[in-house]
Design a protein around this ligand. Structure first.
Ligand code: PDD
Length: 294
């Protein structure tokens, strides 16, 4: 993800980003009182828009905020934004906050128009050679709240955890709560042990990633056994492979954990196979109108 483009969507209008402004009383700004989504776009096709909109609805329901748009209206916003901001691989970022009250007040009890914002992010497709080199991570204490299934714009805890990784000189962190793996700072975690793909179950302690869903589906359709179950921290040490998945990162192989090699210390064979299948899925999406087979 790098530069943003010119035309953004704000509260029903498409306008140059320089002209898009919101109130300093916006609850998104004051409290992080809002939710967001990041939807990858390959060619001109959105990756699983229905999954992203469903997760958005879940986030909105969890914070008791009405969805300001129908699915059809969202689709029109996305199509319009993509037209305004041409390119190949992109992503749509959208966020909805509870809007601006006249006074700073934690109570969310007023009838108030939400602030609806969306923009296109230009994405550099992950270079397979760079990805294959793998990443190094550390484990850190997951001190976040018990509502991590909400894709909330309140991300200060994730910022702090990512910074812990940066301060340790590594790329990212795997979060541990009560001796169990939850997720990454902005990704889901998979582990390979004896050819079986294992990932923690969804719930309040992690975000149900759309990439996570896709990886599970692709695995099942290609005879890779999948287990959705709790992962003990100690299991990380014996993993043959560890992956981090997200819309922007796709599937990143972890080759070093807390200074120790993961498996053989290089991207593993199951990762290579999954990456191939994932790239085929993307290419199919780019080339076809119909939903591709997984
Ligand atoms: N974040 N867990 C967390 C905490 C995340 O922030 C993300 C993604 C994921 C993976 O979800 P998905 O596969 O749907 O991208 C898991 C996005 C990319 C972000 O904040 O930019």
């Amino acid at each position: 993800m790098s530069k943003t483009t010119n035309t953004v969507y704000l509260n029903g209008q498409f306008l140059p980003i320089e002209q898009a402004s919101i109130s300093v009383m916006d609850r998104g700004f004051l409290f992080g009182d809002g939710v967001y989504e990041v939807v990858p776009v390959f060619g001109n096709k959105l990756l699983r828009p229905e999954g992203h909109l469903k997760r958005l609805q879940n986030s909105l329901d969890r914070i008791s905020l009405d969805n300001p748009h129908t699915v059809t209206e969202w689709q029109a916003v996305f199509a319009n934004l993509l037209d305004h901001n041409p390119g190949d691989d992109r992503a749509i970022y959208l966020q909805i906050s509870r809007g601006a009250y006249a006074r700073r007040d934690l109570r969310a009890n007023q009838d108030c128009a939400p602030t609806i914002f969306a923009m296109v992010l230009h994405v550099t497709p992950p270079d397979i050679d760079v990805l294959s080199a793998g990443i190094s991570v550390i484990t850190v204490d997951d001190f976040r709240w018990n509502a991590c299934d909400i894709k909330s714009t309140s991300l200060v805890a994730n910022v702090m955890l990512k910074q812990q990784a940066a301060d340790a000189g590594v790329d990212d962190a795997i979060l541990i709560r009560e001796d169990h793996v939850t997720e990454g700072t902005a990704s889901n975690i998979f582990l390979i042990r004896d050819g079986v793909l294992i990932t923690p179950p969804t719930g309040h302690q992690l975000l149900p990633g759309i990439t996570r869903d896709l990886v599970i589906e692709i695995a099942k359709n290609n005879a890779i056994i999948v287990e959705e179950r709790e992962i003990k921290e100690i299991e990380l040490q014996d993993a043959d492979e560890i992956w981090m998945t997200s819309s922007t990162r796709e599937i990143a192989p972890v080759i070093n954990l807390n200074g120790q090699a993961v498996g053989r210390g290089v991207a593993g064979s199951v990762w290579k196979r999954m990456m191939d299948l994932y790239q085929q899925y993307k290419q199919h999406l780019r080339d076809n109108e119909a939903v591709p087979p997984e």
